[in-house]
Design a protein around this ligand. Structure first.
Ligand SMILES: [Cu+2]
Length: 183
């Protein structure tokens, strides 16, 4: 009996190990993390641009782990002629967006999310279309943290979020894994 019990315990351990490895492999976008001073940037992504579209968006999550405020003031990318920080908002029932002239404040202890329908990076004058699966290098500029290099994971045209958050409509979408595999 003793050996059987031990065998089943190590079997459980193996299953847990495989499940953890599976989760690790299934969420590459969540694992990527860029640190710049007190800032931690995660989930940088974009959407594929259709046809000859000359503009694209950029989305990411910025956490300020420090005790002083910072500010995202701009950016640049080889693929784009110009990068701006935008805010999208409803204005008298109309969706409008505007550049944030003074930048986007990142208060200490807070997490700011750039996402479709809200704050976003706007990439103008695209030199080539953004294709699903591409990693687009972008340089962000913060008032205090300075310049930060990262890349945007390009998701499908209709994606609502980064891979691993139900955003990808491609083959990397593994959210539908069996419940039994979740920890
Ligand atoms: Cu915009």
């Amino acid at each position: 009996m003793q050996t059987i019990r031990q065998a089943s315990i190590s079997m459980l351990g193996a299953i847990a190990g495989v499940a953890m490895l599976w989760q690790f492999l299934a969420t590459p976008a969540l694992a990527e993390e860029v640190k710049a001073g007190d800032l931690v940037i995660t989930q940088a992504w974009s959407r594929a641009t259709p046809g000859g579209a000359k503009i694209g968006g950029g989305y990411l999550t910025i956490e300020n782990k420090g005790s002083t405020p910072d500010r995202l003031i701009g950016g640049s990318a080889d693929v784009a002629g110009k990068v701006e920080v935008h805010q999208m908002a409803m204005n008298n029932g109309v969706m409008t967006m505007r550049p944030l002239d003074k930048g986007l404040p990142i208060e200490p202890g807070k997490t700011v999310k750039l996402a479709p329908g809200g704050y976003h990076l706007m990439l103008f004058d695209l030199k080539s279309p953004l294709k699903q699966g591409d990693k687009v290098p972008v340089t962000l500029e913060f008032e205090k943290a300075g310049k930060v290099n990262l890349s945007l994971d390009v998701q499908g045209v209709g994606a609502k979020g980064p891979a691993g958050e139900g955003g990808s409509d491609g083959q990397m979408d593994m959210k539908k894994m069996p419940d039994g595999m979740k920890m």
